[in-house]
Ligand binder design. Structure first.
Ligand code: HEM
Ligand code: HEM
Length: 276
């Protein structure tokens, strides 16, 4: 996805969404219902129906984006409309409720909807911003390139460590075998590894190198340079994995919350008709 979906067809969907929000606001301002404004007035029903239809349409996007082949609208139409009408929905649903919130299933539906919209805004930001941050972070390389360089440095470390004592050899071996990029979803999201074997090796070799003399001191310096370079590349690799995870994480909120919203909305509509 690209920032261009926001300008798509010369802001057509922004215009439609803004018109919808303005008309709803005007109607709400002009309308003088008996009692407080609420979902049960004629305007309340109208806005509620528009809101529910919007929610169904926004949900349909999940199905539409997986169906290839031609429809009348391009996927960009759907995406641009999804973003702008998704935000306009907040206005429509808020006016529909007459801001009569309480601890009930109606407000639950409203809360879930708000959650879906907020996660959508985050997703939009992520899709537009994160790919660039990823490319910058990898300095134009692919993640495979970075991992390849890390493996290359590990090999060089073995060669240099062979000239030094056993403890250094073990540290380098552990740094090679036990260093991880990625892992559990939370580890990926955190973008770091507090128990990184390479960082530990670097710190320890720095300490040991203070006692080195002669050719050992040269080898020690060489090893420190290599390990520091490896730590830096690992930092970039983990940051890349983190940015990739951020691109996915919001959909784990957006999609399940959409399903919960549909359920709450169904209960909301059934109960208002039952208890009317
Ligand atoms: C076909 C669609 C809808 C219909 C027929 C409908 C109907 C109603 C009715 C009759 C009320 C007044 C209830 C009362 O005064 O006790 C109401 C209130 C409300 N509706 Fe809807 N609604 C619809 C869609 C929506 C949507 C899409 C949302 C937001 C997700 C929503 C959220 C609310 C909220 C928060 C209230 C205020 C609750 C309260 O008064 O305590 N409704 N709705
Ligand atoms: C209540 C309102 C909304 C509902 C019910 C809704 C529902 C959905 C659904 C079902 C999908 C398809 C996800 C998939 O299957 O991969 C989706 C995708 C998406 N939504 Fe929403 N959405 C809403 C509001 C928003 C808003 C306000 C925004 C942004 C401002 C937004 C941004 C997105 C984005 C960026 C995608 C991903 C498109 C892709 O992966 O290609 N959504 N939404």
């Amino acid at each position: 996805m690209h920032v261009s979906i926001l300008f798509f067809r010369n802001f057509l969907y922004l215009k439609i969404a803004a018109a919808l929000a303005v008309v709803a606001l005007l109607a709400y301002t002009i309308d003088e219902p008996l009692g407080k404004p609420n979902g049960g007035t004629w305007l309340g029903y109208t806005l509620g129906t528009i809101g529910a239809l919007l929610i169904l349409w926004l949900t349909w996007f999940g199905i539409r984006k997986r169906r290839y082949g031609k429809g009348k609208l391009l996927l960009e139409d759907w995406m641009s409309g999804h973003v702008y009408l998704g935000v306009a929905l907040l206005v429509v649903a808020t006016l529909h409720s007459g801001m009569q919130f309480g601890w009930n299933v109606h407000t639950l539906a409203y809360g879930l909807m708000t959650f879906v919209i907020l996660s959508g805004l985050f997703g939009l930001y992520a899709y537009i911003r994160l790919p660039r941050l990823r490319t910058e972070n990898r300095a134009g390389m692919t993640l495979d390139d970075v991992m390849g360089m890390i493996a290359g440095i590990s090999k060089e470390c073995y060669d240099v460590a062979a000239r030094l004592d056993d403890e250094v050899g073990q540290l380098v071996q552990k740094a090679d075998a036990d260093t991880r990029v990625g892992g559990s979803f939370w580890r990926q999201l955190s973008g770091r590894d507090p128990n990184c074997a390479t960082t530990h090796a670097l710190d320890r070799v720095r300490e040991l190198a203070e006692g080195f003399t002669g050719t050992d001191a040269d080898a020690g310096r060489q090893l420190i340079t290599l390990l520091a370079r490896k730590v830096e590349l690992l930092r970039r690799a983990r940051r890349d994995v983190q940015l990739k995870a951020l691109l996915d994480v919001w959909l784990y909120v957006h999609i399940p919350m959409t399903i919960a919203l549909l359920a709450a909305l169904f209960v909301h509509i059934v109960t208002v008709f039952l208890y009317w």
